[in-house]
Design a protein around this ligand. Structure first.
Ligand code: ATP
Length: 262
């Protein structure tokens, strides 16, 4: 169980998040939504213990700031927004970094068990046939999947995701979310993710937490939260109207004369 109680955190002594409270049970995911700059990544960083906070972030009864690095890494894996890759590692090597939480020392070798978990994690994201390729030679979507495999290899109880789908085409977005759903239900784990695409949130979320200016403005079942009139206020557009209009376009009968087929 992840519990966030009366959480305040921010940068340079200024609070961005104010009095955040929620719980996520094992076997469930939570999607964090809200407009740019409302504090979504700051919330993930606070849970990931990368930012000092006031209040509590408690995992299975223990405050995260009191955990040592390795115990924390066994509990929480963070996959943040991937912008640029500087290091020339293979896919296998990159995913093997996920086993740090279980290593005995800085120079300890990977065990047979580690190797098995690394290969399984690479297979899960569909990259096993290119496991020895340098990650500097991969597409954005492939890199995204390598980093997901690294988090799987870390085998934490909670995965935190910051915009995990932003380099992926639609099929890969759905595959990734399905992959995570399966990981959650098979292993009774937790995912907390920031997703911008509200359609994907409708599809994936067990619960939704909506932020505005660092405060929670709605929380709960996705169908209810995403139908709350507050949504339009928050984003400054008629979201349901926009989505429905798009659906109408998908429904338009095709005019074969206008098609260009090679
Ligand atoms: N390292 C930092 N130092 C100072 N201020 C920061 C830092 N990172 C973020 N902020 C500020 O904190 C606020 C919340 O930023 P955050 O990145 O959490 O928003 P977000 O909801 O994730 O935004 P986006 O949807 O654009 O990714 C913003 O006003 C931002 O300028």
């Amino acid at each position: 169980m992840l519990e966030v109680k009366n959480l305040y955190s921010g940068y340079d002594g200024k609070d961005i998040l104010k009095d955040i409270n929620f719980k996520v049970k094992n076997g469930e995911n939570l999607c964090i939504v809200g407009p740019n700059g409302c504090g979504k990544s700051t919330l993930l960083k606070s849970i990931a213990n990368l930012l000092e906070h006031r209040g509590s972030v408690i995992i299975d009864g223990k405050e995260v700031s009191s955990m040592d690095k390795k115990s924390f890494a066994r509990k929480v894996g963070l996959m943040s927004q991937i912008t640029q890759i500087y290091f020339p590692y293979t896919i296998y090597d990159t995913v093997s970094l996920g086993r740090y939480a279980y290593s005995k020392g800085a120079l300890s070798k990977l065990s047979k068990e580690d190797d098995k978990i690394i290969l399984e994690s690479i297979e899960k994201v569909g990259l096993l046939d290119i496991k020895d390729k340098m990650i500097t030679e991969l597409s954005g979507g492939q890199i995204q999947r390598v980093f997901l495999a690294r988090v799987f290899a870390q085998d934490p109880d909670i995965i935190l995701l910051d915009e995990p789908t932003n380099h992926l085409d639609l099929k890969n977005q759905i595959d990734l979310l399905e992959n995570l759903k399966e990981w959650i239900s098979v292993n009774n784990k937790i995912v907390v993710g920031v997703l911008h695409d509200l359609n994907l949130v409708q599809y994936f979320a067990d619960n939704v937490l909506m932020l505005k200016d660092g405060e929670i403005v709605a929380y709960g079942d996705p169908q209810e939260v995403l139908n709350d009139p507050i949504l339009d206020d928050l984003y400054g557009i008629d979201i349901k109207g926009f989505m429905t209009e798009i659906l109408r376009k998908w429904d338009t009968p095709i005019d074969n004369k206008k098609r260009i087929v090679k």
